[in-house]
Design a protein around this ligand. Structure first.
Ligand code: ADP
Length: 556
């Protein structure tokens, strides 16, 4: 804990909530710049919508969503259109405030007229989403899955998924939504933070009973009922990879802005919490991505009304300790350095943990002020477990190896072999060949970043946009530079009116919209993803053919 700032360089910096220290010039930080913004409900919905427009069949794991208030009339008109064509259609929608968490401000509706647009929470921007009415039930209860995913690197993309996660249960038997039960949060919302307050919440030290269980215990049960759990896992892996592919372009824009290429800076990694709901058909659906998942390994117990104490939660511990331990193993700077230079390396400088008082991670290296004895003992146990690993790093120097690959991690040698086997499994680049065709917006983002010009910004100015059009030779007699300016102004103005960020210029999503419109105009007859791919190829070829690949920055 370094509440008053950092005094010495570190190999790994552990920030509590988000990437916030721009004075780190080396080592690795456990947060990506802009991650918290990128996974907010509205930004996630927009990123998913773009991917769904390009690849409708591949991005069918995110419920259809509309952004409020901007898309309220679109939502209403689409609702009435479907209702008119099928009067028996009786859908339910869920309204979720942007930036909310723990079920805060969420409510269900049957009709667009029921959206609450006034009131402190209700007037906040929100997402309205198709409600999944037929979730898979276990013991007659709705549950969701919290899976931990390590984004180890953005460039090149490296993703790991934890073999086990948590299943969080509702505390009232599930019924399909009706006007009568719409408001019953213990029936419809799986949030632990809500259900803990239900009289029916069951704390259990066993992984396979109670209101919070391990996901592996659910898989065991499903497998014994004949479910193809291998297929289920492969669908989940695919959902995770596709979601990160959708978020990646925006993250890269933030990254180059905070950590410009070529300048000294840290590299980043991050543990993400994916919330997934299984439909009755066993299809996994993404609910949300959490940039700062709770790593708490205790649960609250109500001693008397309103008086809570924290007691160890073996289920949380089983899943979360393994995730933190493996993350540190994978991010071990000796492995990175070994990979880079094939030399024997000096000791680990240390791991700095930054977290604000409200943050409840329990990997406390210097825990102070613990009141509860049991809690203290438990935290100490975990602390020692992690210390044990860090200590190994401090005296062990690995021998030179001809090539260090992730294989090393699968077959640890020396003192590391004493640790339990890895729970984090690499899924990308391992399965890259099945997903590379989806990296279209990523290529559009590369063009955007190329033309951003001055480092440190996330928005493209009018000159940068004109230079893009000119360098890629996209204007012609039927699309003059005056039309280019109108396109820029129209799209930028609309996006900026929807954003709270007051920095002027064209954001990535606005550029993507402009790019798609240019692609449609030029390659009329193709499906959208082919139009976009064709325009990307054209732009890349034209940029490559520029004399000395020199860009004509803003030349008249
Ligand atoms: P929060 O960040 O507030 O937890 P979520 O998007 O995770 O918001 O939603 C909270 C809970 O509501 C989820 O855990 C899930 O149980 C339920 N939920 C959210 N979206 C849907 C949906 N489209 N269909 C069915 N249930 C949903």
């Amino acid at each position: 804990q370094v509440p008053f700032g950092r005094r010495m360089p570190c190999d790994i910096y552990w920030h509590g909530v988000s990437f916030h220290d721009k004075n780190i010039f080396s080592g690795q930080v456990n947060k990506f710049p802009g991650m918290a913004e990128t996974v907010r409900k509205i930004t996630l919905s927009r990123a998913m919508k773009i991917m769904k427009d390009l690849f409708p069949l591949e991005y069918d794991f995110y419920p259809r969503s509309w952004i409020l208030p901007d898309e309220l009339s679109l939502f209403e008109s689409e609702f009435h259109k479907t209702k008119d064509s099928d009067p028996s259609w009786k859908p339910t929608f869920i309204v979720k405030p942007d930036g909310g968490c723990q079920g805060d401000g969420i409510y269900l509706i049957k009709d667009p007229g029921d959206i609450r647009l006034t009131g402190s929470t209700q007037s906040r921007p929100a997402v309205v989403q198709e409600y999944i009415c037929e979730p898979l039930l276990v013991d007659n209860l709705k549950f969701d899955i919290r899976l931990y995913v390590l984004l180890k690197s953005l460039e090149p993309l490296e993703i790991y998924i934890a073999k086990d996660g948590l299943s969080r249960f509702c505390t009232e038997p599930y019924q399909e939504p009706t006007l009568k039960n719409l408001h019953q949060v213990f029936m419809h919302l799986t949030n632990y933070s809500l259900n803990i307050h239900s009289g029916n919440f069951i704390h259990s030290d066993s992984a396979s009973t109670g209101s919070k269980r391990t996901f592996s215990s659910i898989l065991c049960r499903l497998s014994s009922e004949g479910v193809d759990v291998k297929k289920l896992w492969s669908d989940i892996i695919s959902l995770v990879i596709k979601t990160i592919i959708a978020l990646m372009p925006e993250l890269k824009v933030y990254y180059q802005s905070d950590i410009p290429a070529g300048k000294p800076g840290p590299t980043c990694f991050q543990i993400l919490g994916f919330d997934i709901l299984l439909m009755e058909s066993l299809k996994p659906m993404l609910m949300e991505v959490n940039a700062n998942p709770s790593m708490r390994i205790e649960h609250e117990q109500e001693l008397s009304p309103g008086v809570f104490e924290y007691v160890p939660s073996p289920v949380d511990e089983e899943v979360k300790v393994a995730v933190i331990r493996d993350t540190l193993r994978l991010m071990d700077p000796r492995k990175k350095k070994k990979k880079d230079t094939h030399l024997i390396f000096p000791h680990l400088h240390g791991v700095l943990i930054f977290f604000p008082p409200s943050y409840h991670v329990m990997y406390d290296i210097e825990k102070k002020g613990m009141k509860d004895k049991q809690h203290k003992h438990h935290s100490l146990k975990l602390s020692l477990k992690l210390k044990f690993y860090l200590k190994l790093g401090s005296y062990q120097s690995l021998k030179q190896a001809p090539e260090v690959s992730e294989e090393l991690l699968d077959t640890p040698k020396g003192p590391e072999a004493a640790l339990p086997s890895l729970c984090l499994r690499q899924v990308f680049p391992k399965y890259a060949k099945y997903f590379c065709h989806l990296l279209l917006v990523d290529k559009v983002a590369a063009l955007f970043i190329h033309f951003l010009g001055i480092k440190g910004t996330t928005k493209l100015g009018p000159t940068g946009f004109r230079t893009f059009i000119r360098n890629c030779r996209l204007s012609n007699s039927s699309f003059s530079m005056a039309s280019v300016d109108i396109l820029y102004i129209d799209i930028t103005r609309r996006w900026n009116s929807m954003s709270i960020d007051k920095e002027s210029g064209m954001c990535l999503q606005a550029f993507v919209e402009a790019f798609f419109s240019l692609a449609r105009r030029r390659y009329k007859l193709l499906p959208l993803h082919e139009q976009v791919l064709s325009l990307i190829e054209l732009c890349e070829n034209r940029l490559a053919a520029l004399p000395g690949k020199r860009l004509l920055w803003g030349c008249g």
